[in-house]
Design a protein around this ligand. Structure first.
Ligand SMILES: CSC[C@@H](O)[C@@H](O)C(=O)COP(=O)(O)O
Length: 346
């Protein structure tokens, strides 16, 4: 993709404002860690790996802000800042993972000057970003093995370059299949209520020249029943040790339809999306977002103000509905308890 999701130049974090794409290409720039948190919580940046990367840079911005204070105060304030950053969004484990990686750096260099710790935090954030692109390309290559040369693929939400440092996970698989010369076609769900499919996935597919059709979410079942879809590939926000997977709301419904009509349901995600600390999906915190995401479209009210709204941003697809999980280290098949625990030992 031509536009970079996250950049860090001259002490400044630069994000393409994903709330405004594809109509406006506006950049959000900040040197301030509270604004880094805002960028994540307000979804200027979104997508599990991308918010991990921004989380890592935000830890660095916090450290820079506290660079000139007493060392004990620095550790105290950094501890609070890391907690705050981890909580910017609750479901995608990549955010907590990236903050933990930065905390390891603080611990490792605790006896050094604060300026040295800051330098190491920036290096580590840059490394997490660089590594993410390699990871996505590996996911793409493994996933491509599962795609027939004339496949029609359904995807939900945006698990593309915009949700990562570049290339994408689920869209990475699609991109790899396309770039390898396969004659694939894609159906992209618009993905209510934030429309990541319509605004972001459609934008990426058009830019890459991949034949794609945008549909409203409720069309998917009809297409699958009518044998117009060969497989589904989506990303993930958190995968439990047994393979239960949290992803954008609507993924679970797709997985049930995929099971009923016997088409493969693939999850494409980096290993940093696996939460080895939780046994199953019941332990995943599902973010609930503001009611205005449902009652309003682009700021225009469409529902009565008085109506109660339930607006979970994610759902959990049970492991039994998942055909395989595509990671950068290979494809995991059920039983996922076994394949995931083997991966942990690698
Ligand atoms: C590679 S991104 C995978 C997931 O993070 C993606 O599918 C998703 O659900 C994103 O949700 P969002 O609310 O836009 O952050």
């Amino acid at each position: 993709m031509k536009i970079k999701t996250v950049d860090f130049i001259n002490e400044e974090m630069i994000l393409i404002d994903q709330r405004k794409l594809p109509v406006e290409k506006v950049f959000f720039k900040t040197k301030n860690y509270k604004e880094g948190i805002f960028a994540i919580s307000d979804m200027i940046v979104r997508g599990a790996p991308a918010i991990g990367i921004v989380g890592a840079y935000t830890v660095y911005l916090a450290a820079k802000e506290f660079e000139n204070i007493d060392k004990n105060d620095f550790f105290y304030k950094m501890n609070l800042a890391c907690k705050e950053i981890s909580k910017a969004r609750p479901t995608a484990v990549n955010l907590m993972w990236a903050v933990k990686e930065q905390k390891k750096i603080i611990k490792k260099y605790e006896n050094q000057d604060i300026s040295f710790i800051c330098k190491k935090l920036l290096e580590n954030a840059n490394e997490i970003k660089k590594e993410d692109i390699k990871i996505n390309k590996n996911i793409g290559n493994y996933g491509n093995e599962l795609i027939d040369k004339n496949a029609t693929i359904l995807t939900h939400c945006n698990a593309g370059a915009l949700a990562t440092a570049g290339y994408g996970t689920a869209i990475g698989v699609i991109r790899s299949a396309h770039l390898s010369g396969k004659n694939i076609k894609v159906f992209a769900d618009e993905t209510r209520p934030r429309l990541q499919g319509a605004r972001l996935t459609a934008f990426e597919l058009v830019e890459e020249g991949i034949p794609a059709t945008l549909i409203s979410d409720s069309v998917a079942a009809t297409l699958i029943r009518d044998k117009k879809i060969d497989l589904i590939v989506v990303g993930a926000d958190r995968i439990a040790s047994n393979g239960d997977t949290a992803n954008k709301i609507g993924t679970y419904m797709l997985s049930e339809i995929a099971k009923k009509f016997e088409i493969p349901m693939y999850i494409a995600a980096p290993i940093s999306t696996i939460d080895f600390d939780i046994k199953n999906g019941k332990e995943i915190i599902i973010e609930e977002r503001d009611k205005s995401e449902i009652t309003h479209i682009k700021g225009v009210q469409i529902a009565p103000k008085e109506i109660d709204v339930y607006n979970p941003a994610f759902d959990v697809t049970p492991a039994e509905n998942i055909t395989a999980i595509i990671t950068e280290k290979g494809i995991l098949y059920p039983p996922f308890e076994e394949s995931i625990s083997k991966l942990m030992k690698k």
